[in-house]
Design a protein around this ligand. Structure first.
Ligand code: NAD
Length: 421
């Protein structure tokens, strides 16, 4: 993250403002979209293993539901703030719109450090959070999912708490659940898979030979690990040169074996120290000589201080908000092709939506059906955004602005049709 971290919500608002100007949005619509429609802050008393009660603070933001129920993950993180949740809620709104699924955008978070909590403490915290926000959830109102430091087990506890509150199994009230409890096949790697499909499309447009391309991944959690593997599985013989996590990175000019790093990380809890690779810093990873860079950690990894040094030709933003607006200008100025976050990482919410559909019908799709429908959605969304960018040649817009134009226009039209603005 940059030395002086910017407020992520201000970044989200600045990005919207630029799109509103190009779309010539009327003032009422623009102002409605600049802020969340609803937000809830909650205090969560949780009995810890030492017998004492600790009070955690949580948030749920329902940013905009003009196109359908709000949808967005729950993050457990020590640095969580209401403004991060607002920004992520805005990006979810644009994400569901850009892939054209009938949902709105929201987000949730709890300020906590899951790395220092036992499984029992995490379960009690998860249940306490749902007891507080459950009154505004439901498949037709607001449907959460996993995000940073939350997972399928946490979704199962949350769904179960909702069941005790309401007296019925409503599996579609939350997604990213275990398969045994109504989860969808293909959900766990959907975010990375969707990003890799976008890379395939972008490489064709800008002329990158994927068989000879090398790539690096910043952040080696859910999104990053799957991207490392799927890039090779789906796109050919590209070489993975480097990966990193919060404790540092590794590099090998001869290429790294993604599956072996996953096994090493599972064993040692870090990527550094991987046999045969050189340890590097996170900063070094971002500025390596690679064709494709996948930022898959947290916000503001690429900022005005390092953007000029980024050498990748193509950036696939699996993380939310990894590039600051100042960095965006620098990258766009030197012709770097950026697949913006809310398009690049929309595969996760797309399969979450498929999970809601399957829950609604009380039926399961097979894996091939999920992959095929995800491929269709991502390819079509990428195509629409790319065409919007090329059609606006005289405005010299980049892919992020084009994605905003597509998404904001769809949400604005829904609000108008409903008579909101
Ligand atoms: P995760 O918690 O599984 O992984 C995050 C990874 O980033 C970890 O390996 C962590 O060590 C690493 N990290 C943290 N700080 C770092 C730093 N400074 N440098 C390098 N690595 C660092 O989370 P995730 O689910 O993989 O999510 C990663 C990003 O992708 C987030 O921005 C999230 O919002 C976004 N995202 C995830 C999904 C999903 O389905 N998982 C969907 C959409 C967007």
């Amino acid at each position: 993250m940059s030395q002086t971290a910017l407020n992520p919500f201000e970044i989200a608002q600045q990005q919207l403002d630029q799109a509103a100007k190009l779309l010539k949005l009327d003032e009422g619509t623009h102002q409605t979209l600049r802020n969340p429609m609803r937000e809830l802050t909650v205090n969560l008393p949780v009995r810890m293993d030492d017998g004492k009660v600790k009070v955690f603070r949580g948030f749920r933001v329902q940013y905009n539901d003009a196109r359908g129920a709000t949808k967005g993950g729950i993050r457990f993180h020590p640095d969580e703030t209401i403004d991060t949740v607002r920004a992520l809620g805005a990006w979810m709104t644009w994400k569901t719109a850009v892939v054209d699924i009938p949902l709105g955008g929201g987000k949730g978070g709890v300020i906590c450090n899951p790395k220092e909590m036992s499984a029992g403490e995490l379960e009690r915290l998860s249940r306490a959070y749902i007891r507080q926000i459950g009154r505004i959830l439901g498949e037709k109102m607001d449907c959460p999912a996993p995000d940073v430091y939350t997972n399928a087990q946490i979704m199962a506890w949350m769904m179960d708490e909702y069941y005790w509150m309401n007296g019925q199994n409503e599996f579609g009230m939350i997604t990213g659940k275990p398969l045994e409890l109504g989860g969808s096949l293909g959900r766990s790697d959907a975010t990375a898979r969707g990003g890799v499909y976008c890379v395939r499309e972008a490489a064709r447009e800008i002329g990158i030979d994927l068989n000879n391309a090398c790539y690096a991944i910043q952040g080696f959690g859910n999104a990053g690990q799957h991207a490392a593997i799927l890039h090779q599985e789906l796109l050919g013989k590209g070489k993975l040169l480097a990966v990193s996590d919060s404790r540092g990175g590794i590099y090998s000019k001869d290429g790294l074996d993604p599956a072996a790093i996953v096994a090493h990380k599972q064993k040692t809890k870090k990527v550094s120290g991987f046999p045969g690779a050189k340890d590097i810093s996170n900063e070094e990873l971002l500025t390596l000589e690679v064709d494709i860079l996948y930022p898959a950690a947290l916000e503001q990894a690429i900022h005005k201080g390092n953007a000029a040094e980024v050498k990748a030709k193509l950036i696939c933003e699996l993380a939310n908000g990894p590039t600051t607006p100042e960095a965006d200008k620098i990258l766009s100025g030197k012709g770097t092709f950026v697949i913006p976050d809310f398009l690049a990482n929309a595969g996760g919410v797309t399969v979450s939506y498929f999970e809601m559909v399957q829950n609604h019908y009380n039926y399961h799709w097979d894996l091939d059906t999920v992959y095929e429908r995800l491929n269709q959605k991502m390819t079509s969304a990428f195509g629409t955004v790319y065409q919007t960018m090329t059609a606006r040649k005289s405005d010299k817009i980049d892919m992020r602005t084009a994605a905003y134009l597509v998404a904001v226009d769809r949400v604005a039209k829904a609000m108008k049709l409903r008579g909101w603005t």
